[in-house]
Design a protein around this ligand. Sequence first.
Ligand code: GRF
Length: 192
Amino acid sequence: MVKFNGLKKIKTAVFISGKGSNLKNLIKFSKQKNFPISIDLIISNNAKAKGLIYANNFKIKKKVFNFSNKIISEKKILSLLFKNKIELICLAGFMKILSKSFIQEFNGRILNIHPSLLPKYKGLNTHARALENREKYSGCTVHLVNSKLDSGKIILQNKVKIYKNDSVKTLSKRILKQEHKIYPEAIIKLFS
Ligand code: GRF
């Protein structure tokens, strides 16, 4: 893995599908002098993703791929990534599953944030499932992406207590706050 040498930041693309609060948070950190990455490209599978607004606000290049044909979309994304000399991909609420061959191209250089304490609750609806099972804790995980869903090497996790009167809304809000802490921390841990 390339390290940040204090001069040249690691060129990063962030993939989103929705609100983009993790994206916004990473952009904010990337502006700090000693933060290892710069965010040079935003990719979304959803033209209506609210997070795309941060591309305009922060003057970052953005591109939407609809994934109606996954093979073609991924091919186009890869060529855009190479063209922009992207070295790292951060998935942040990206709701598409990338193919094995795509992941291979960026082997060990794709990060994801997942709203559970992996290996528990891989996949969707993590908060509802944690509440249903009356877990005492949930949390979030930053991990490397490999070809198995939500199963790559764990970089950082934060635990969050579940209260009796929690709903999906209250729990997800509390966990999102921790996501905003550990995603930048994981990047510092990996690249500094
Ligand atoms: C986060 O909870 C993330 O863990 C999950 O999707 C949500 C995205 O939130 N994968 P945002 O778009 O970053 O606000």
